[in-house]
Write a protein that binds this ligand. Structure first.
Ligand code: FAD
Length: 499
């Protein structure tokens, strides 16, 4: 029996600060694993205007685990690629993406963020996370056994762990005591969202990046009836210069008759590429925009936050429920930071190409684009833009890629596996073996002889292990993979296991 003010009394296993897409995903995935979760957000209402517009197949797969992917997918439109066009609107390069990714979901879709988040939030509440809106966190303190979040109204939440998903201006970052590493990229863009009256308004059905040095701009076909324009601010321009209605109308007029739509929002955003140097201080962790921010040129900011949530949640569950050592949580930053940084570097590189305002440099760029061979992006052998996870304690030889997701008898692979690990093997397990005992307690076993659709997952090896975040831990023999998975969860992290 503990007294109410006993620091060992916990209101939750995990307190999540911030109910944006990252916090909601983390809370939902944690609740789905049976963890007790309290989410605190200072705002009462969902932010009514979209920021993110594009998400990829990996995000849809994460939503699959939450149980709302099909519902959200039904509100999206397929993104089949991007055309880079010159000032005269001739095509410089055309990038196509395959409609479906090997993960079993559309490679990329455009969505309306408030619709997306409404479904996500309802799903998270249905999964059992306790959501307290209008509860801004004013302090986070930690001791050896837990964390206490203090809310503006003076109430507190005591939990074993806290995750700050409190966005770009995160106060949790200060609690962790981390600096932000800056890529040096800083550009301001005017974002204009339209609600269209007519489908016959001649706006493109494909995403266009207009590489006009006089004013680089972007056109994004969102789900009907919305459409987004983004216009770069030129050197010396101030936000108020572009926010004037007559200026916005003039910018739109070269593409559409502004009378054919309502302007739902016009706002200037300054884009950065930033990564926090430290993502964990004992029982307090960071995720999403609180940990990293990217210019939106590849539409990857929210996607990265949801990847953070998927990477962190099963490690928290292993530490809280299954006795794994706390140091397992350090592999979260080890895995996610270089990945997030690599995606930011790609976005910054792409941004530097399209933000050129010097006519000579832009002409040289256009010449090289026109001379380049046609993009392979739409083909099955196209290189994946988003990198795999690097080798480390939780990623061994042959691992690091996001696993494919075939359907087995019509059922998606992840729905068969559930929220744990899975061993996929070409060799039947001896029921009396230690491996069989380990897997019976810790995860699913799938036999490629019974399910030939799984064969490509092995990539020529005898077996592979799929982690709960659906990344491949490694490929090799059952005995070796079982040892390594068990050692990883058991906390044999330092020095790194000799894979
Ligand atoms: C113009 C633009 C276009 C973009 N396009 C894309 C895109 O196409 N695809 C993509 O993937 N990403 C895109 N992004 C990025 C994406 O919007 C963000 O990366 C994403 O919203 C971050 O989610 P988050 O949950 O980490 O943070 P946020 O969405 O910022 O949520 C943080 C939450 O924390 C709450 N909070 C803050 N402080 C406290 C506190 N002290 N106590 C309690 N609650 C608190 C806030 O109220 C908020 O609800 C774009 C961004 C912009 C600006």
């Amino acid at each position: 029996v503990t007294a109410p003010d006993d620091p060992a009394r916990f209101d939750a296993d995990v307190v999540v600060v911030g109910f944006g897409p990252t916090g909601a995903t983390l809370a939902g995935l944690a609740a789905r694993r049976g963890l007790r979760v309290v989410v605190l957000d200072r705002d009462i209402e969902l932010y009514p205007l979209p920021r993110a517009v594009q998400c990829d197949h990996e995000v849809l797969r994460i939503l699959q685990e939450l149980g709302c992917a099909d519902e959200i997918l039904a509100t999206t439109v397929l993104n089949d690629g991007l055309d880079l066009v010159a000032a005269d609107r001739s095509v410089l390069q055309s990038f196509s993406v395959p409609a479906m990714a090997p993960t079993g979901w559309p490679t990329s879709v455009f969505f309306h963020q408030p619709t997306f988040e409404t479904v996500l939030r309802r799903t998270v509440a249905d999964l059992g996370a306790e959501v307290r809106l209008g509860h801004g966190v004013t302090a986070l303190t930690q001791d050896d056994s837990g964390v206490t979040a203090t809310v503006a109204d003076g109430t507190t939440v005591r939990a074993r762990y806290a995750v700050g998903c409190d966005g770009a201006r995160s106060a949790t970052r200060k609690v962790i005591g981390t600096a932000l590493r800056d890529t040096g990229f800083e550009e301001s863009w005017l974002v204009v969202d339209l609600v269209r009256h007519e489908r016959s308004d001649h706006l493109p059905t494909r995403c266009l990046q207009v590489c006009d040095p006089a004013r680089p701009h972007t056109l994004v076909p969102m789900p009907w009836p919305r459409f987004r324009f983004e216009f770069m601010l030129l050197p010396g321009e101030e936000p108020q210069d572009l926010m004037r209605p007559e200026v916005i109308e003039h910018l739109l007029r070269s593409w559409t008759d502004p009378a054919q739509a309502e302007i739902e929002r016009a706002a200037v955003y300054t884009f950065h590429g930033l990564v926090a140097s430290r993502w964990r201080n004992r029982r307090v962790l960071l995720a999403g925009d609180a940990a990293h921010q990217t210019p939106p040129f590849l539409g990857q900011g929210m996607c990265a936050g949801m990847r953070d949530a998927a990477n962190l949640v099963w490690k928290l569950a292993a530490v809280i429920d299954d006795g794994s050592h706390q140091d397992l949580l350090d592999t979260y930053q080890q895995e996610r930071e270089p990945h997030a940084q690599a995606v930011i570097d790609l976005a910054v590189g792409f941004g530097q190409l399209i933000c050129m305002t010097d006519p000579e440099a832009a002409a040289a760029r256009d010449t090289s684009f026109r001379a380049a061979p046609p993009s392979r992006a739409g083909r099955d052998d196209a290189p994946n833009l988003i990198p795999p996870l690097r080798a480390g304690p939780g990623i061994g030889p042959g691992g690091g890629d996001l696993s494919r997701q075939p359907r087995l008898g019509g059922v998606r692979l992840d729905d068969l596996i559930g929220s744990g690990f899975a061993l996929c093997t070409a060799d039947p397990l001896d029921p009396a073996s230690p491996e069989a005992a380990w897997w019976a307690a810790r995860g699913a076993v799938l036999d490629t002889r019974a399910h030939p659709e799984l064969q490509p997952l092995l990539a020529g090896e005898r077996a592979c292990v799929i982690r709960p975040d659906r990344y491949v831990l490694g490929r090799g023999t059952v005995a070796d993979l079982t040892d390594r998975t068990s050692a990883f969860l058991g906390g044999e992290l330092s020095p790194l296991p000799a894979w």
